[in-house]
Ligand binder design. Structure first.
Ligand SMILES: [Zn+2]
Ligand SMILES: [Zn+2]
Length: 132
């Protein structure tokens, strides 16, 4: 399922909960798309991908690494977890290390959208995720 993310709490699985520290109720951090925090990139920095400040961004944990989430990115869910992408070719790039590309087994030209041929399982999975 493709979910567009713009701010904390936008993902249906975020389950932010509501807290009250005495100054009124507020929504907690999303469980899927977390607050963006980085030791070397302060929240006032401008994002090179979208030109918005980092405070407006989210973060998806993924093993020892993770994904920066720009406002407007789509969030996808696969058997290896959640990830953000802006285009279908980014989806194909993120799928690449997780799936066996079978472009080589055929004589088809690569599709412009994904860079994989139409019979490749990465192309099919990217299309499925993008269009669902
Ligand atoms: Zn950004
Ligand atoms: Zn392929």
């Amino acid at each position: 399922m493709k979910i567009q993310w713009n701010k904390n709490g936008d993902h249906p699985d975020d389950d932010c909960g509501t807290f009250d520290a005495g100054s009124g109720p507020f929504s907690g951090e999303g469980k899927i798309v977390r607050y963006y925090r980085h030791p070397f990139y302060p929240g006032t920095n401008i994002c090179l991908s979208c030109n918005k400040i980092m405070y407006e961004h989210g973060w998806i944990d993924s093993g020892s690494e993770g994904f920066k989430v720009c406002p407007g990115n789509y969030i996808f869910h696969t058997d290896f977890g959640y990830f953000p992408a802006k285009t279908i070719s980014e989806v194909a790039m993120i799928l690449r290390p997780h799936m066996q590309c079978n472009c080589d087994l055929d004589k088809w030209e690569p599709e412009r959208s994904t860079g994989h041929s139409s019979v490749c399982r990465i192309h099919k999975k990217a299309l499925e995720l993008w269009n669902y």
